[in-house]
Design a protein around this ligand. Structure first.
Ligand code: NOJ
Ligand code: CA
Length: 706
């Protein structure tokens, strides 16, 4: 009898194996296997060109206050495979059309005891896998609270990763490169190296997480279409070598309030044996819904300067007076307040930037610190100080709107919410209307400080919904949005292309807060940029910040040519020339590249790439035959070999090459560069040196002569 039941057991296990399903990507390079373990636990695994990418990883949910979680006891009650192939045109982008080509497997699971249904939908592209959970409408599962999502990414060995800590409130970290097994030990060091640090997932990292195996596989873990859900971190268990999802908790510690029918975001694994494929992957966008804005003609790429770096470096201030906290001091009428004499956003200064923008072909000027409230933005009263419509007395809203218009320049609005999201929502309609009345069509928003009023974390479901509300509301007003300190993007700009930028990582501002690692910009395109463009604010020419602001001894860890290259390597339809006009006037020949470089592209070709080391990309400017190439380099000097075989055969072009001088170095000699021109064609092979923390930038235009 015993023997018989053993046979039955083995048979049962085999039956479970029989339920395993396989899905192959369109070109067969990727294979996904889905199966149920003998206790009805769903698992998946992924293979790329016969190499295991992830081992079997468990899927499911822990539910709060529920008799049974959605972890096991499932049977497969339906399963469908389909194929999809479309090409869509982004409103702006690295390329002018994007192919969305995948095979899909949707498995309906029914939990035996509860008769609840859960669909897991897998989409397998040639560049990776996306999968999500879907909760169909059903009697036995209506409202529920997620205690934790259990999505595992089971690693095959102790790989190398580029990671930042799983912080719920900031993404503004330098990356740590380490073995997976070292993440736990290095957590504290990584956290304390940052300026602000609050609460964390225990051994967690943020996504997008870039991993490299010793066999040369590049694996990227992230999510797509983060809508009405909490942002995912990944906790690493080094015993089992498994990353497991760890959703950002809300103020109560809960991870998600769900009402069926609903879905999770997509969990993504982008994979290749060629690092360049990770950079050119459009899978994250493809997993988002098509554009929901009918008329997109008002969404335009923007190259801008700003009354900004002077505040970031400490040269001038956002606040109008030195009397703060102003609310406690009873200052309500700023006309009667004592000006500090150091206020950046004064009319004369803003005019200077408008003139500079107009003279050099920019589209816009960002002005921060124009509205009252900055005296209090870190104070106790900050949850109501900003109304986003009241200017300081020395900022002439109407006069500047007219002046900017006369020069063909747009002013970019700034809304620092200081994390007070309910206050922002209360004022949002008035604030957006005010913008339209004064000719502003783009806003930079910000969420510095703890989220008020409930003490939510920066990336939980409650505030994800706020960020989304701001995007959609802005679209209603035909306003382009660039949110700082909001959640890392997950390809939502496909659906809402008015989201032309986000910060959501460590931007150039940190170069004035003490510096960033020289190779930071060789990691961002492999991580943060996969979900959408970053308002990185490049273009710094004066690396010694004390020359701008005597008490600030920060050093910008970059050469001038590295800064030029960022306009090409850090794809964004919103690009700032962040330095002060006077610094550009000192280096007019190098500044010429920033003036010329495009911000929207027909084609992009990643020529060389290795995370943490170097990236070289060539892009063709939209609607032209002009090419721009950028290379950014890490700590070691390096010679790039750049084949120009993407140029039209038989044509001659003039290449202008902005390169680090031989003796350049990001630390000791960042301003040493050379500029040379050369006739090139599709057969040309350029060899170009990049200094440590350096790079090169090249513009290529068709030659008028033969
Ligand atoms: C932090 C943002 O990243 C920066 O760009 C902005 O100037 C300040 N907050 C003030 O809003
Ligand atoms: Ca920031």
């Amino acid at each position: 009898m015993k023997k018989f039941s053993l046979v039955l057991f083995v048979l049962a296990a085999m039956v479970q194996l029989v339920t395993a399903q396989e899905l192959v990507s369109p070109n067969s390079s990727l294979r996904l296997q889905f199966s149920l373990l003998s206790d009805g636990t769903p698992v998946y695994q992924l293979v790329y060109k016969n190499k295991e990418v992830v081992k079997p990883g468990k899927l499911g949910f822990y539910l709060k206050n529920d008799k049974k979680s959605l972890l096991n006891d499932f049977t497969v009650t339906d399963s469908r495979t389909t194929s999809f192939d479309e090409t869509w045109k982004p409103v702006w982008g690295e390329v002018n059309n994007i192919r969305n080509h995948y095979n899909e497997l949707a498995v309906t699971l029914t939990q035996k005891e509860t008769n609840r249904q859960l669909i897991i939908r897998f989409r397998l592209f040639d560049d990776g896998l996306g999968f999500r959970y879907e909760f169909p409408q059903q009697k036995n599962l209506t409202y529920f609270v997620i205690k934790e999502e259990r999505t595992q990414f089971a690693m095959t060995a102790d790989h190398t990763a580029f990671w930042i800590p799983g912080d719920y409130d900031t993404q503004e970290y330098d990356f740590t490169r380490s073995r997976l097994s070292e993440i736990r030990g290095l957590q504290l060091k990584a956290r304390t190296a940052n300026l602000s640090q609050t609460s964390f997932s225990p051994t967690g990292v943020q996504t997008s997480l870039m991993i490299k195996t010793d066999e040369g596989l590049y694996i990227n873990l992230h999510e797509a279409a983060l809508i009405n859900y909490s942002c995912m971190h990944l906790n690493y268990n080094e015993q089992d070598k498994v990353f497991e999802s760890w959703l950002t908790p809300d103020a109560n510690g809960d991870k998600g309030y769900m009402q069926a029918p609903c879905t999770s975001p997509w969990r993504t694994i982008i994979v290749s044996d060629d690092a360049r494929d990770i950079l050119s992957s459009k899978m994250t966008y493809n997993l988002n819904e098509p554009c929901k804005i009918e008329n997109t003609s008002w969404i335009k790429p923007v190259k801008y300067v700003g009354v900004w770096w002077e505040m970031i470096t400490g040269k001038s201030s956002w606040a109008y007076t030195n009397d703060y906290p102003a609310v406690q001091l009873g200052i309500t009428d700023y006309k009667a307040a004592r000006p500090s004499g150091n206020h950046g956003a004064n009319t004369a200064n803003v005019k200077k930037y408008i003139d500079f923008a107009a003279a050099n072909g920019f589209d816009a000027v960002l002005v921060e610190g124009w509205n009252v409230g900055w005296e209090d933005w870190f104070g106790n009263s900050k949850d109501y100080v900003f109304d986003f419509v009241t200017p300081y007395p020395d900022f002439d809203v109407n006069g500047l709107a007219a002046y900017a218009k006369s020069k063909g320049i747009k002013i970019i609005m700034h809304h620092e919410t200081s994390g007070s999201t309910r206050n922002y929502e209360r004022h949002m309609d008035t604030a957006y209307k005010f913008m339209k009345e004064h000719g502003y069509d783009a806003v930079k928003s910000g969420y510095v400080g703890p989220i008020l009023p409930r003490g939510e974390n920066h990336y939980d479901q409650w505030i994800i919904n706020h960020y989304q509300y701001a995007i959609e509301k802005a679209a209603d007003y035909q306003i382009m949005l660039n949110a700082h300190e909001a959640v890392r993007p997950t390809g939502i700009a496909r659906t809402w292309p008015n989201l032309i930028g986000n910060e959501a990582a460590r931007g150039t501002e940190y170069q004035a807060f003490g510096g960033s690692k020289a190779n930071h910009v060789t990691v961002l395109p492999f991580t943060r940029l996969l979900g959408g463009p970053m308002d990185y604010t490049p273009g710094i020419f004066e690396m010694d910040i004390s020359k701008i602001s005597p008490n600030n001894h920060s050093h910008v860890n970059s050469t001038i040519c590295n800064q030029l290259a960022l306009y090409v390597t850090m794809y964004s339809p919103l690009q700032m020339a962040a330095d002060l006009p006077e610094n550009y006037n000192r280096f007019p020949d190098a500044f010429q590249f920033i003036k010329e470089v495009a911000v929207d592209w027909d084609t992009s070709k990643y020529l060389e790439a290795e995370p943490g080391e170097y990236i070289t990309v060539a892009r063709k400017a939209k609607g032209t035959n002009k090419w721009f190439i950028g290379n950014v380099n890490g700590e070691e000097p390096r010679v790039s070999v750049v084949k120009l075989d993407f140029l039209d055969p038989g044509k001659n072009y003039v290449a202008t090459i902005y390169a680090d001088a031989k003796e350049a170095h990001y630390k000791t000699n960042p301003q040493a560069y050379t500029i040379r021109t050369q006739i090139v064609n599709s057969k040309t092979k350029l060899q170009q040196l990049s200094a440590p923390g350096g790079g090169f930038a090249i513009s290529i235009v068709e030659s008028a002569g033969k």
